[in-house]
Design a protein around this ligand. Sequence first.
Ligand code: PHE
Length: 503
Amino acid sequence: MGESALSNPERRMLAALLGNPDQDWSLDEVLSACSWHDQAQAVGAGQGLADAGLVSLNEQASAVWTLGIEGERAHADGLLEARLWNWLVSQPESERGMGDLNSAGFKRHETGPGVGLLKGLGVKIIAGSLTLPEDASEFSGVADILSARGDFLASLVEGMSEESLDSSMLAHFKGRKDLIVSSESVSRTWKVTEAGMAVDSSTLVEATQIADITPELLQGDGWRNAEFKPYDVNLESANPMTGKAHPMQALIERIGAIFLEMGFTEISGDYVTSAGWNMDALFIPQDHPAREMQDTFYLDNPASIDIADEQLKSWQEIHEHGGDTGSLGWGGKFSPEIAQRGLLRTHTTVNTIRHLAKNPKEPCRVFSVGRVFRKESIDRTHLPEFHQIEGIIMEPGACLPMLVTTLKTFYAKMGYPEVRVRPAYFPYTEPSLEVEIKWRGEWLELGGAGIFRPEVTEPLGCSAPVCAWGMGLERLAMLVLDLDDIRQLYISDLEWLRAQPIL
Ligand code: PHE
């Protein structure tokens, strides 16, 4: 790294150190030579210079001792043994019993250890009474010890490095609970290396570095000769906690963006529709199991939705005998009442069908992402309300390879390049496909597709072939968001929501 890449603080620090290149510079010396107040600035600049090989860094870890909780109390009120001693020497001999200690205000938890400490100083217990040493000279010896202990504690108020402390005193207090505590401190010194000495000090002039590119800056000419602060993408940063779209909404928007990019137009439709548009228009026989009450939410209001007679008639012909399509139809008797029953749509294929009914001759590429309703029992992978991604391509020449390529392109853009199709059956498509994508080595079924049958398109008046597909959104969401329970999407778990990536 050349010196040209040095930051301003690094330049300032190297210039200062070059003032005395043989010196080991301490933190305080660096701070004052650079006119800095913040240690972090010196440590950061020193680290940058060391990384560039321009200074060498010497780090020495040492223990620093300060007062613990009991030590602070002792420093304020006197050491326990000192308070006891002072009491003892001022008491008449007959009133130095253990009971007297308690009535003198010493706490229960103090008396035990306190007496132990006094014994260490030569006090004996004779017939239940604390007895001072006989030799009066020991008195002054004890006073000296007590004042030395007090001074030792006082010296720790600001913290002292281990080397500068009296080792026997340190050992004594280490053996007592919570009087002194140590912490690790690192002292650093920096020294210019040979490479650092070779730096031409004229290059160490601090330049105005631009950290923010503002509109004002860009409007003027100031940026032309400016130096830009390098942007370090590896630095730790805080996670911004801003509002963002719910992952499901974000996914829906991303899917929409992909289809728009592929030249599709978005359509939508109502949740409430008739069985006719949801099913009869799709040549789903009126006795199909999916039409049963236990699968579909039929409505009491509206219990029935009007459909134009002409429309009903064309479905009737198709269902009963295939109309003009050459199909045999399903046979039996078509019921206009069944067709007019109100329900919650069970698939968004109704959106594309209604679009075709309105625009039978206009080639189109349309899609919708919408909510559908089925009577499913709720579990890890099922909800009674879910979403489908639906789409059609209608144009002369629309064909199966076009359909498969479109789906492959969509899933590749979603990040799933491996897609395969398998034969399937739907009453409204021929051929019919199942679409699968490969995820973590497994093939997962995501939806259905096919070419609409003439029984579907002819009553609507379409003549060009129609590629159609309908796929589950929740399944895809589980893959994209790595979920194993679909309900996670709807329980408003704020912690989980915050942790979700922006899609
Ligand atoms: N409607 C089908 C479903 O709900 C999917 C599908 C749509 C299949 C269009 C073929 C064509 O699963």
